[in-house]
Design a protein around this ligand. Structure first.
Ligand code: MF3
Ligand code: CO
Ligand code: CO
Length: 301
């Protein structure tokens, strides 16, 4: 097929199916924020007394590490339960309800809820939504990919993880994107350990993505995590010069976002939803890791 050069990029992409076969989504109508009972301990930003985090990455003691293990376990368990629930016909708002209830049942607060004004208990990003999708009433469709990003605040600590799920039968482009994104995360975790530069993570992810002919979206970084949701260090997922070395007792997330297309993204008027500019799909995977004496441990396994 000959594609006339004068066609708009949208039509060119459509005719070439350059990024695979999928529905481009936009935010839809949703339900009100869910309610958290009194007895659930709330994080600083909900209570209006913001924690001040130090400028340097924190080195956690045994007690703090125990707190991180517990919160990360809760987050990872909820993500596992969600897996079987992600099916055609289920809306991302249904996923929000499930994450909300499972968090409360575990005695945890769903960290996204009212974080800097985010209205829901989880982030759900479908197809061309890169990150921070707000759960809504659109039923998931066969062929969608959806990232579910779960963070909980449990006993004074946040635990953060995400995974991109396949809804029914996903086309080959989509499968490859999701699998390559997981490979990027795993390879990045494998190089972590004492005295490894933070910036090595980005170089490794860039290399793996390039081998798969995929693009790392540079706008999104991993982060230190603890009693605070986001703190130092910043973890870049592509080539960078961020200074500093990993040390035992540090906990941070790695959360690369990959796409078939260009690296540009657009923040929508809701102030949260970020879409790819070219409409290509994006996938993300995230773990919270702990640097140990001889490597790194995945706390959200
Ligand atoms: N969980 C996301 C992260 O990985 C942050 C979401 S912020 C929210 O850092 F407000 F959108 F929830
Ligand atoms: Co997250
Ligand atoms: Co995170």
């Amino acid at each position: 097929m000959r594609i006339p050069k004068a066609l708009s990029p949208r039509l060119q992409n459509l005719l070439l199916r350059r990024f695979g076969v999928y529905e481009k989504v936009k935010p839809a109508e949703t339900t009100p924020s869910r309610i958290v009972p009194e007895h659930i301990e709330k994080p600083d930003y909900v209570l209006g007394k913001l924690l001040n985090t130090s400028k340097k990455p924190e080195i956690k003691n045994e007690e703090q590490i125990k707190g991180m293990r517990n919160s990360c376990n809760v987050a990872a368990n909820i993500l596992k339960i969600i897996q079987a629930f992600v099916q055609p016909g289920v809306s991302t708002d249904d996923i929000d309800e499930l994450v909300h209830i499972l968090s409360l049942e575990a005695g945890a607060y769903p960290s996204p809820l009212h974080y800097k004004g985010f209205p829901k208990s989880v982030c759900t990003s479908v197809n061309n939504i890169a990150v921070h999708g707000i759960p809504d009433l659109r039923p998931l469709q066969n062929g969608d990919i959806v990232n579910v990003d779960i963070t909980v605040y449990f006993n004074g600590y946040h635990g953060d993880c995400s995974k991109t799920f396949l809804v029914g039968d996903v086309d080959d482009h989509g499968l490859q994107l999701v699998h390559a994104t997981e490979e990027c995360l795993n390879q990045a975790i494998n190089i972590c350990g004492p005295d490894v530069p933070f910036c090595d993570i980005g170089f490794r992810i860039h290399r793996v993505a390039k081998r798969h002919k995929l693009t790392v979206l540079p706008a999104f970084v991993g982060h230190g995590i603890g009693k605070y949701f986001h703190g130092p260090p910043e973890i870049y997922h592509t080539q960078n010069r961020y200074p500093g070395l990993m040390k035992p007792g540090m906990t941070f997330t790695i959360e690369p976002v990959l796409s078939h297309g260009k690296e540009n993204t657009i923040l929508l008027e809701d102030g949260w939803t970020v879409i790819t500019e070219d409409g290509a799909r994006a996938a993300q995977a995230e773990h919270t890791v702990l640097i140990t004496e001889d490597g790194a441990e995945i706390l959200t396994k």
